[in-house]
Write a protein that binds this ligand. Structure first.
Ligand SMILES: [Zn+2]
Length: 363
């Protein structure tokens, strides 16, 4: 139906509900970062109520003449719209399950809370953190929704579950320890089981990249080589080069143990040692202040100081504080970039790499 509301938030809510049936929490989650101190389900209820009142007024004012245009929208709103639907259409209201969570989120939250508190009490757990394994079907739908619907203030289902259950546990006197957890309580949405996982130690590594087009993290489901693939772990980095830049300098990264020494065809990885939460933070906040790149370029005129490889192809070596500066320099030279390699870098991170206390046991 026509999007005639003046409020940006209500317009977006109307647009979403015109396309998808959404439960209160899933609608509210699309506006999660707006306002504070509310549950997403409260946001969803508020949006639906405001919309229902607005629409009803427009029906009464004869601005909406054909009630049929509201039928799908009211069904997508779920039980909030039940009475108005029955009043408009004089027939039984049959809501559709939520597009994202199939109406299972409330039950999942309650079950997660119940099982977490039971296990924490039974095992006497103190330093724990919460984790969620999404139902694969939900995961696909959530990605589909979040990538199609732009301009949302979206919070992931995973985050909402961890945040709300964490809040509940804190109120019961069991606050999750995000800094230095010993175990992770992982709730599996599909099986509804709660598993205790010993946290894997965090290992500081350095890596080089010898291939182009291989990122640090894999963002897509498509087959793609990445550093995360190579070390079979999630990878956190303080800084990185674009995936097309080969990296010959030892760049730091933190992975979840045990940190094998390995070299796949694109990455060479060396473990430095396991690090505690404080040093992990320190490493991940460091920066690079100067970098030396070798840039292979095509130039119509000779470039002084560059190595002429063949015809109009040259290798230029430049020291710059950032990639932006490098692009600027190349633009000034009026050349076309063919490829870029990082040869050296300078920054505080090098000192930290040398001085950080690591426990090399088990690597
Ligand atoms: Zn939902």
């Amino acid at each position: 139906m026509a999007n005639f509301l003046e409020s940006q938030v209500l317009s977006k809510a109307l647009e979403l509900l015109t396309k998808y049936p959404l439960c209160n929490a899933c609608l509210g989650r699309a506006f999660s970062t707006l306002s504070r101190g509310h549950l997403n389900s409260e946001r969803g209820i508020a949006l639906k109520l405001a919309l229902l009142m607005e629409l009803d007024e427009r029906v009464r004012d004869h601005q909406i003449k054909d009630l049929e245009t509201l039928r799908g929208l009211l069904i997508n709103m779920g039980t909030q719209a039940k009475e108005l639907y029955k009043f408009y259409f004089s027939e039984e209201f049959r809501p559709k399950p939520c597009f994202i969570c199939s109406d299972q989120l409330d039950r999942v939250k309650e079950d997660f809370k119940e099982k977490a508190i039971q296990i924490i009490r039974r095992e006497g757990l103190k330093n724990f953190v919460l984790g969620v394994k999404l139902d694969p079907e939900l995961k696909v739908k959530e990605i589909d929704f979040a990538t199609k619907e732009l301009g949302l203030h979206y919070e992931s289902v995973k985050n909402e579950l961890k945040r709300e259950v964490g809040k509940f546990l804190s109120a019961e006197g069991f606050t999750p320890n995000l800094e230095n957890p010993e175990v992770e309580l992982i709730y599996d949405m599909k099986t509804r089981e709660l598993e205790i996982l010993k946290k894997r130690e965090k290992v500081l590594i350095t890596y080089n990249r010898f291939c182009r087009g291989t990122p640090v993290s894999s963002w897509s489901f498509e087959e793609q080589s990445s550093l995360e693939e190579a070390v079979k772990s999630k990878v956190s980095v303080p800084f990185a080069e674009f995936s097309d830049v080969r990296v010959f300098e030892d760049y730091p990264a933190v992975i979840s143990g045990p940190g094998q020494v390995l070299r796949d065809q694109c990455f060479s990885v060396r473990p430095v040692g396991s690090v505690d939460a404080r040093h992990r933070k320190l490493i991940l906040s460091t920066t690079v202040i100067w970098k030396k790149y070798r840039v292979t370029v095509v130039s119509e005129k000779p470039i002084s100081g560059a190595v002429n490889l063949l015809g109009s192809v040259y290798d230029v070596v430049v020291g710059v504080p950032s990639m932006e500066e490098l692009y600027k320099k190349m633009e000034e030279l009026g050349v076309t970039i063919l490829s870029i390699d990082l040869l050296e870098a300078e920054g505080k991170y090098k000192k930290i790499l040398e001085s950080v206390p690591t426990h090399v046991k088990g690597i």
